[in-house]
Design a protein around this ligand. Sequence first.
Ligand code: S3P
Length: 184
Amino acid sequence: MNKPSGLSKNIVLVGFMGCGKSTVGRDLFQLLGYPLVDMDSTIERNTGMSIPEIFEKSGENAFRDMETELLQQLAEDTRARKIISTGGGVIMREENRRLLRELGYVVWLDAPVAVIWDRTKRTKNRPLLQTEDPKVRIQTLLDSRLPMYEEVAHLRLDTSGLNSRELATGILESARYYFTSQKS
Ligand code: S3P
């Protein structure tokens, strides 16, 4: 379906690791039926490697290049509206922030450090948190990234008190409002 107004009407989820982007993305998919693009999973599929393997074999910078390339492809693909779930560090490059805004309505899923820590401490699939003191790492990374999430987001939501269905319903309402109030 071509965009009638020339606007990009995708819903884009950004936010730190453990803030529920993939889960909320799946709920939005169930509510809306738009195709769901999970960027981490897409990169894993395209490379045939897991995220930790990519970081280990090719380095973080190569992974960041893959993120930028995928965002460029998504921005070029105007056939259908999509739900796009990003990796937590995608906002670090200025080019990516520009592409994210171009893609559509950007929702920042946020949570306090203690909640992020609680949600991520049992998993081993996040290379940036495989340090001696992951909690300090979370705080440091979050502090440096906050201004970038702020810059890119149309909407910020604290995910700590709501389940993913509630979050998805709220996002849908505000996205509808945003898209209908946009002028081409
Ligand atoms: C990263 C977040 C991860 C993944 C990679 C790097 C980051 O995605 O892209 O491990 O820099 O914050 P999630 O936010 O889905 O965990």
